[in-house]
Design a protein around this ligand. Structure first.
Ligand SMILES: Nc1ncnc2c1ncn2[C@@H]1O[C@H](COP(=O)(O)OP(=O)(O)O)[C@@H](O)[C@H]1O
Ligand SMILES: O=C(O)C1=C[C@@H](OP(=O)(O)O)[C@@H](O)[C@H](O)C1
Ligand SMILES: [Mg+2]
Length: 174
């Protein structure tokens, strides 16, 4: 199995962290759309949003997603990648999509501890817990529609990786 693996889910669900670990377990390459996009632009997400608005960032994100998609690659996406139907269709058709699902309390706790504000400028201007709740309410259905598999991302990193490997093995056996 060398199909690309796309990790989707809200800010703080662990796409970047789990993606790196999963890469070692599968012997795949790792890419993170936000890291590649920022390197190519020579700007942080926050800078891009100031200069080009969220629409400029979203256009760059779609282009980056398509250009980094290769066999034997784990692709950690940004939390808003599923807002575009082009991205949703692209991921479903070109690989295996895994939703790292976690409740608002877990997501907000992680984002308060590790805000990484240059990569995560505010989406709504609201305090973290309110923003996470509002955004998850808007996007949860899109994550679910796009995913081939859903895992519990509130577990420890080792456990989340183990859940993903189990899902992939079960899918291969069926
Ligand atoms: N399963 C986990 N258990 C505990 N902490 C986690 C877990 N996954 C991620 N984290 C922590 O949460 C923060 C956000 O994780 P990150 O991988 O950047 O999320 P995302 O890329 O989905 O926004 C990081 O500081 C990371 O160490
Ligand atoms: O949820 C979002 O709309 C975003 C999530 C961020 O990525 P992470 O999910 O890796 O934090 C980053 O792509 C950008 O700030 C937009
Ligand atoms: Mg990330």
């Amino acid at each position: 199995m060398t199909q690309p693996i796309f990790l989707i889910g809200a800010r703080g669900c662990g796409k970047t962290t789990i993606g790196q670990r999963l890469t070692h377990a599968c012997n795949f390459h790792f890419v993170d759309t936000d890291q590649v996009l920022q390197q190519r632009a020579g700007m942080t997400v926050a800078d891009i949003v100031v200069r080009e608005g969220w629409s400029g960032f979203r256009a760059r994100e779609t282009q980056t997603l398509q250009s980094v998609t290769q066999p034997a690659t784990v692709i950690a996406t940004g939390g808003g990648i599923i807002l575009s139907s082009i991205n949703r269709d692209f991921m479903r058709q070109n690989g295996i999509v895994i939703y790292l699902n976690a409740p608002v309390s877990v997501l907000a706790g992680r984002l308060e501890a590790f805000p990484e504000a240059s990569q995560r400028p505010t989406l709504t201007g609201k305090p973290i817990t309110e923003e996470v709740a509002d955004i998850l309410a808007q996007r949860d259905e899109l994550y679910r529609q796009t995913a081939h598999h859903i895992v519990d991302a509130s577990a420890s990193p080792d456990d989340v990786v183990a859940q993903i490997l189990t899902e992939l093995r079960l899918a291969r056996a069926s």
